[in-house]
Every structure is written in structure tokens, then in C-alpha cells.
Design a protein around this ligand. Structure first.
Ligand code: SF4
Length: 222
């Protein structure tokens, strides 16, 4: 009897999305590598510059950089040595805690970071092709996937609205802007949910599960 070949239909939508996310990650890695080669930076060094640029003028602890990028402190430390030698990053003792090392970009580092952020343009071009409704659904889906990765301990705490002490899900009757950000004291639409907000403050352990459930349940009813 002939062996039956696997059919496309045997894969679930979960399988297809997982493959798609893997391809996007590969595209980003290859862009990061090409951009880094042109500037003689490794992807890790490039990611550190971008992360510091996103924190604007705020100094970031070396250990926090490691946590955000899911890297060991030793790996980040090695990359930072090179960035300091290239005069792109300044490393100094924290004013608040002399035991901690904090990092900031130099003026040359800021210029370099603005070039590097172009690495993500290939993905941005694809996302811009989605309709506004598709973008909103995609953003909500990403929020949920990132929450799961966080719960599984694969990524550090993401600075996203759904985990923020300022976030109040579904407190407004306006379906276009049902959430509220207590930091800016303004309603937020689904398409305005942040995945990496500089003003994020982690919600308390007691409040967080309730806030997350309200966010998930509210979305199911809309
Ligand atoms: S402070 Fe930032 S993360 Fe927190 S609710 Fe407001 S926009 Fe979202």
C-alpha cells in the first residue's frame, strides 16, 4: 500500500503562525547582521545601542540590559567593553547605587543607534501593508504571546500596557478608545497599546492577574 503523504491541512493555524513568527525573527536577525557588518558591530552590540536609544537620556543598568535582551551579564559586559572602546557608550557607577554599573549613549552612540534602527524597516514595510483593523488584531495577539513568553520565563518583564500599574482596561464606553492610561490620564485605543513604554511601571503581584483577566475578557466581548 502506498504511504500517505502528510497533507497541508494537517497543520493547525497555531503551527502556521509559529512558522511565520520564526521567519520574521530570521529576517530581523539577518538584517541586524548585515547592518552590523557594514558598521563593524555585532548584532548584540547593535541591540544594546538601540535599547539605550529607546531609554533616551536615562542611564540603564548593565544587568537590566542583560535581562531585556535575554542575554547573560557576561555577554553584555563583553559587548559593552567594545562599545566603550569605540566611544559609542559611556559606562559608569550609578549615582544611586555605587555597586551598580549604568550605561548611556555618547553623541556618537546616538548617531550610530539612529542608523541601526533602520534594521527593522523591512518588517515595518510588511506591517504597514496591513489594514488598520488587521494591525490592531496583530498588536493584541503580540501582547498575548509576549505575556505568555513572560509567564514561561523566556523573556524578562516586557514594558507593555497590559502589565502596567497605570493601565485600566475597558473602563470607557467608547469602543474606539476603551482603555485608560493613568500616566498621561487619557483614554487609549487598542491600536495605541504599547509593547515597550518608557513610562511603564510594573503592576503589583496582587493586581496584575486581575488586570490581565479584565484585558483578556474585555477583548472577547468586543
Ligand atoms: S504608562 Fe505606558 S505602559 Fe503604562 S498604561 Fe500608560 S502607555 Fe501603557
Amino acid at each position: 500500500m502506498a504511504t500517505r503523504l502528510p497533507m497541508h491541512g494537517e497543520k493547525t493555524v497555531v503551527d502556521h503562525i509559529t512558522v511565520g513568527l520564526g521567519k520574521i525573527a530570521t529576517a530581523l536577525r539577518s538584517q541586524a547582521w548585515e547592518g552590523g557588518t557594514a558598521r563593524r558591530l555585532t548584532p548584540t552590540q547593535g541591540h544594546i545601542l538601540v535599547l539605550l536609544a529607546e531609554r533616551a537620556a536615562k542611564a540603564v543598568r548593565l544587568n537590566d540590559v542583560a535581562g531585556e535582551l535575554c542575554l547573560t551579564a557576561a555577554t553584555v559586559s563583553d559587548a559593552v567593553i567594545t562599545l566603550v572602546e569605540k566611544k559609542l557608550v559611556k559606562k559608569e557607577r550609578s549615582a544611586e547605587d555605587r555597586r551598580a554599573l549604568v550605561l548611556t549613549l555618547t553623541a556618537a552612540g546616538r548617531r550610530e543607534a539612529s542608523q541601526i534602527t533602520g534594521w527593522t524597516e523591512v518588517v515595518q514595510a510588511g506591517v504597514k501593508g496591513l489594514t488598520p483593523a488587521e494591525q490592531t488584531v496583530f498588536l493584541r495577539g503580540l501582547t498575548k504571546v509576549m505575556h505568555s513568553l513572560q509567564e514561561q520565563g523566556v523573556i524578562s518583564v516586557a514594558r507593555m500596557c497590559a502589565g502596567c500599574a497605570y493601565f485600566q482596561p475597558y473602563v470607557h464606553a467608547d469602543a474606539a478608545r476603551p482603555h485608560h492610561c493613568g500616566f498621561v490620564n487619557k483614554p487609549l485605543g487598542e491600536g495605541q497599546l504599547r509593547l515597550d513604554c518608557p513610562d511603564f511601571i510594573p503592576g503589583s503581584e496582587a493586581d496584575q492577574p486581575r488586570r490581565w483577566q479584565e484585558f483578556v475578557r474585555g477583548g472577547e466581548g468586543h
